[in-house]
Design a protein around this ligand. Sequence first.
Ligand code: SF4
Length: 451
Amino acid sequence: MRSYFRTNSKGFKKFESLYIWKQLKENRGKSLPWYFDVSINRMPAKYLISRSITCKFTDLTNIDEQKLWEEYTNLTEIFLEKWKIIRSEEIDIITELNQQKETSLMDLTVELVKRMLTHCNFCRWNCQIDRSIQQTVNEDSISCQTRRQKKHGTCQLESTSKVSSYFHHRGEELIFRGTNGSGTIFFTSCNMRCSFCQNGDISTDKENGILITPNNLALMIWQLRMEGSHNINWVGGDPTIHLHTIVQAISMLDSFKIDWINNSKDLDYIESVKSDKYFSNLPYDSEYAFYKQSIFNSPQLWNSNFFMSSEAMSILRTLMDAWLPDFKFGPGKCALDLSRTPWYWETVTNNLKLVHEWGEDFVIRHLIMPNHIECCTKPVLDWIANNMPEVQINIMDQYHPDNLCNPLSPKYKDRYKEIARSPTKEEIRRAYQYANDLNLNFKPLSHEKNV
Ligand code: SF4
């Protein structure tokens, strides 16, 4: 059993004093102030605000979905107003949370994602299939008849979720990896089909990883945060296709008690996919994980291809404290040719416009790909310059041929030969030069690993 200490650590002092925060502010771009404040527990994460707002329905299961959405829209307005007041430090949410006994916006959110699962519209594919039919843990017990009747959407998933690994990620942007790592949870499967996927082993294999319940997932979050992770980083594959499991796990976070983490019978099970056992030798530190030393607190980071539906975006708005969208392809055929994904440009740009209009904290990632400077990198950077020039961007140069594009792999397909190499130094130089000419905010996060 691991021990705890509560007040004698230095908490997030080193993280707070990282040079990058000052640099982001000086660089005239957005410096992610909300994410920063939640990370160091100066502010409560959004899920706590959601929990503090009362819903007018007491029995959600008997209300039709349309009415639930109407209530969700109304409560989102209240949420936003309250969020504004909390940011100006004018109310103490702890008292309200302690008094909250009724159905809350958080409960309503859980009910809505369960309803969405019955006609799945989590992402832009909008498959409208019922994923709520219980998937059994043991596939052998599903009868042949049931197997034939099962319909799958593009992601091929049913109701269950699998996690391939979770750990303190040391490779994310400095603002997310900080000094203790980003608490990253890797889900299996994806709703895009990127031929070059650098996580192809988990995004294309839905059997990879262990089956997890919302309870298991909440335990992972607790453990990562109590070990000092700066955020919970939802990734895959893509997390969108697991929206129901994620939202249910987040809804449990404020109700667990500190002793529960060591006493949970699920601990050995989830730790079978924890990749950094090093932390297991350290005591848990509640200094890392509590708002006003009283309620579990952890910022939520949505690390996604941004191919979500507008309904999923609305759900995430009241839960995510920061966003990390990929913006890969230009408006031409590249998304279709390389990722078998239609509607890419309009979906991703619409979702980016939303998080921008909403005043959210986010960083856009763009991966430089060989032979795709003119058709992808330049239009992506032009679009950002025209729509949100102040936003922080990480232009990444680490592309390497992987998955179906790796000539050394048996999976290699010759039709992807144009991207079967790393980008040249000249391509990388042109991409950075173009961003520089557009006066974009890319230098602090794109070059920090060289500092
Ligand atoms: S998550 Fe997306 S791809 Fe999967 S079933 Fe739902 S709408 Fe279809």
